[in-house]
Ligand binder design. Structure first.
Ligand code: ADP
Ligand code: MG
Length: 255
């Protein structure tokens, strides 16, 4: 099977007047179709840089990124990118926020509108179609941002600390919601987070990065028994603390 995403020997430096900052060094991994991979690492280790590279916003100095086997530089794959801040426009209603991408692409026809309404209903936002973002809670706003992202039907979702602006309880609930939505729609996702519990509760695999320049320290497969699929269920499984300790051990040895 061709991997959805292949990152091979990727390095990246930022250049500024003060000199050069090597942010990432020799990163290689791949993600299978439908897989949910989490990347954890200390603040400043290059996690956001890695997602910017995968999204094609910036290009690697060394190495290559392929999506569906095709170099990123030679294709324009459907990538959804979700950030910590929801970037909803305050002057637009929730419906006109979630439909914005489709509107820009000229694809907002009657069936697309019906599909958006279905998504709003399944994510519990059906009564907020005409509301402004300021009338919604943080968790609801983040769900609206997810609908806006998914409406463009991306094959690959990049999530950069999408829950970190939420309070703890909301964060658990929204992480649970979003990961079950992604799993039921068989989306391939790469989640970047500095929260190891979040990574272990959501992912099939956790990639641990070192502090800057980020390189891969460890890759752990996360397997939970049947009945422990959702993030909340996983947190209550006995295996959770074993995985937590394994990832923690990798993270705390700074080198
Ligand atoms: P993370 O998301 O893991 O916190 P980033 O990918 O944002 O880390 O940043 C990695 C490193 O690169 C950091 O040390 C940061 O200071 C540096 N960096 C990020 N963006 C820039 C930039 N535009 N110019 C210079 N250095 C940058
Ligand atoms: Mg970041």
């Amino acid at each position: 099977m061709i991997p959805k995403l292949e990152v091979t020997g990727v390095s990246y430096s930022y250049h500024s007047l003060d000199g050069e900052t090597l942010a990432l060094s020799d990163i290689s991994f791949s993600v299978e179709p439908g897989e949910f991979v989490a990347i954890v690492g200390p603040s400043g280790c290059g996690k956001s840089t890695l997602l910017s590279l995968i999204s094609g916003l910036i290009s690697p100095e060394d190495g290559e990124i392929r999506i569906d086997g095709i170099p990123l530089s030679a294709s324009s794959p459907a990538i959804g990118y979700m950030l910590q801040k929801d970037h909803l426009f305050e002057w637009r209603t929730i419906f006109s926020n979630v439909s914005l991408g489709l509107e820009i692409q000229g694809r907002l026809d009657a069936s697309a509108k019906a599909e958006l309404r279905e998504m709003l209903t399944s994510y519990g936002l059906q009564d907020f179609e005409r509301a402004k973002p300021s009338e919604l809670s943080g968790g609801m706003r983040q769900r609206a941002a997810l609908i806006r992202t998914l409406a463009l039907k991306p094959d690959l979702l990049l999530l950069d600390e999408p829950f970190s602006a939420l309070d703890y309880q909301t964060r658990l609930a929204v992480c649970d919601d979003i990961s079950s939505i992604l799993r039921s729609t068989h989306k391939t996702a790469v989640l970047v987070t500095h929260d190891l519990s979040e990574a272990i509760s959501a992912a099939d695999r956790v990639i641990v990065l070192s502090s800057r320049p980020g390189h891969i320290k460890a890759v752990l497969s996360i397997v939970f028994p049947e009945g422990c699929e959702s993030p909340l269920a996983r947190r209550n499984c006995p295996e959770f603390s074993n995985y937590f300790n394994s990832v923690w051990k990798e993270l705390k040895t700074y080198e």
